[in-house]
Design a protein around this ligand. Structure first.
Ligand code: 4NP
Length: 158
């Protein structure tokens, strides 16, 4: 029986980092022919942008690398701990907020830091919030996410 691994990427607003992580991961999963075994979604810990497409700056930077971001922002909720196998937090603040929501130790064990899967950015300990940054901030997010998603995919495939 084939098992499906369900991934939930989480940031603050769910309009920059986590929908980009979802798009990068989905691209890798489809390219490697794993789309029937790995599912991707994303959510935010803040609902101020609920229902919105990703930030236009993030969509533009992602599109230039071949990623089409179509997710609509949504708030994370406690039921997500049942639906997903791994919850990937972009920074410590997201990690701590999601941790406080976890209904059990088993649920808390599903939460990981996204940068823990980076291989070519060994010093990276968070995906920096690009919202108040210039174009370079969005490129940095994509550089880190491409690295982390590759590491995450390799980990799941093993
Ligand atoms: P994200 O970026 O958490 O990567 O989606 C942000 C989006 C919105 C805000 C902050 C960060 N905001 O303050 O509205």
């Amino acid at each position: 029986m084939k098992t499906t691994t369900r991934l939930l990427f989480v940031c603050l607003g769910n309009i920059c980092r986590s929908p980009a992580a979802e798009g990068v991961m989905r691209h890798i999963v489809e390219r490697e022919g794993f789309d029937d075994r790995i599912e991707c979604d994303s959510a935010g810990t803040y609902d101020g942008h609920a229902g919105e497409l990703p930030d236009a700056r993030m969509r533009r930077a992602a599109a230039a690398r071949g990623y089409n971001l179509t997710h609509h922002s949504r708030l994370i909720h406690v039921g997500d701990f049942d639906c997903f196998d791994m919850i990937l937090a972009m920074d410590d603040s997201n990690y701590e907020r999601v941790h406080r929501m976890a209904p059990s130790l088993e649920a808390a064990a599903k939460i990981h830091r996204m940068t823990s899967f980076c291989r070519s950015h060994p010093g990276a300990d968070h995906i920096p919030d690009p919202y108040y940054e210039g174009a370079a901030g969005f490129e940095r997010v994509l550089d880190l996410l491409e690295d982390a998603c590759t590491g995450l995919f390799d980990e799941i495939r093993r």
